[in-house]
Design a binder for this molecule. Structure first.
Ligand code: ADP
Length: 362
């Protein structure tokens, strides 16, 4: 229970009735700010903090009740806003940044209160905007990345078109060469758009858990058939261990995409290891499937970031192998929707292991 420091008693019966009324209003106000989801403080007309909810105490790492606002919060903007609403009424919104223990960004909402009398004259509510701002920044970064990825092949296509219209107009050999290069660039754009659409489709369904069933072992066999040509061209053998069916609750097409992205990566980046091994097993309530290669491996510092959109350990190499930088982001999103997980273990020179874990059919 919060203490209202201005509760005083004085002798007369009328004063006692008045006090009871005021106390019950104060109790209601106390309960109200206690139930609010944001840090809230109530100030008197001198700027002294008269009440604060637990969230405010946690945020300020102190109990500000009884102190002047300036000792609770070091923000000239908030103090000025409080001064302003105390003098002129109304409401104001100002920014407030916290730097320790982690940077956080708030909007302080400061409003005059004249319902309760001079003791609760202003309210300060701090709305945490850190998450919203992070999401907004990620969205802006994503758009910038995607546009950049599309602009590069587009610029090179435009360059080739110009050359074909001008210098190489009547040069058959150059024409063939440029057309082949243009095809490569156009296909890169097509892949990127397909991956972007895939990601947005998965995100749209992110909260709906798939209802079908799929066998991870069968999917591995299917992916091996699909990628047989690619593996052969790269000189890689795909070996799949025999197992009992690994039935999981999931969407066949999406899980095909997960395993296909992992095996494709192993072919693209780890062909030097010559062998890709796929094995699966039941682990408690889940099924696991591992795609293991014997390629160059991945340095430890990259591992936590590999599933970020457009994160690559070597952008040049990824592009030259037809990578979009979205493969593992798609894997992660599909697994999230399946309430599954991805575990990556790798070491430079020792190959990589990508393990997916998905809840088994009950
Ligand atoms: P990309 O389209 O570039 O392949 P991914 O999201 O599928 O994008 O993979 C991200 C990065 O992770 C790749 O660019 C590559 O640097 C690295 N990577 C993924 N799989 C492997 C692997 N099996 N061996 C080595 N590096 C890998």
């Amino acid at each position: 229970m919060m203490i209202w420091p201005w509760k005083k008693t004085n002798g007369t019966a009328a004063a006692a009735a008045d006090l009871r009324e005021r106390n019950s209003a104060e109790d209601a106000l106390t309960a109200l700010i206690g139930a609010l989801p944001d840090p809230v403080m109530l100030l008197d007309d001198h700027g002294l903090v008269r009440a604060a909810n637990v969230r405010a105490k946690d945020l300020l790492n102190m109990d500000p009740v009884g102190q002047h606002l300036s000792s609770a919060i070091r923000s000239p903007a908030i103090l000025e806003a409080v001064q302003n609403v105390l003098e002129h009424g109304g409401e104001l919104r100002v920014n407030y940044e916290q730097h320790v223990p982690v940077p956080r960004h708030f909007e302080a909402f400061v409003a005059a209160m004249n319902v309760i009398g001079p003791e609760a004259a202003a309210l300060v509510l701090l709305k945490d905007l850190t998450r919203e701002q992070q999401t907004e920044r990620m969205r802006a970064d994503f758009v910038a990345h995607a546009s950049h990825e599309l602009r590069t092949p587009l610029a090179s296509l435009l360059g080739f078109i110009e050359t074909l219209q001008g210098a190489a107009k009547n040069d058959e050999a150059s024409r063939e060469r440029f057309l082949a290069l243009m095809q490569t660039q156009a296909e890169r754009m097509k892949r990127l758009i397909a991956d972007l659409l895939s990601l947005s489709r998965i995100e749209m369904n992110a909260h709906q858990r798939p209802t079908g069933t799929a066998d991870l072992h069968q999917i591995a066999l299917h992916v091996r058939d699909t990628l047989a040509g690619l593996a052969k061209d790269a000189g890689v053998e795909i070996k799949i261990d025999d197992t009992d069916p690994l039935l999981v609750q999931g969407d066949w097409d999406e899980l095909v995409q997960v395993i296909q992205n992992l095996v494709e990566n192993a072919i693209k980046y780890a062909a030097s290891g010559k062998l890709i091994e796929i094995s699966g097993k039941r682990v408690g309530e889940d099924c696991e499937l591992e795609v293991r290669d014997h390629g160059p491996g991945i340095a430890e510092e990259h591992l936590p970031r590999l599933t970020e959109r457009f994160y690559r350990t070597n952008a040049q190499e990824s592009r030259s192998r037809g990578g979009t930088g979205l493969g593992l982001a798609i894997v992660k999103h599909i697994l999230n929707r399946h309430r599954g997980k991805l575990r990556i273990q790798s070491e430079l020179g020792a190959g990589s292991s990508f393990v997916i874990r998905v809840p088994a059919v009950k």
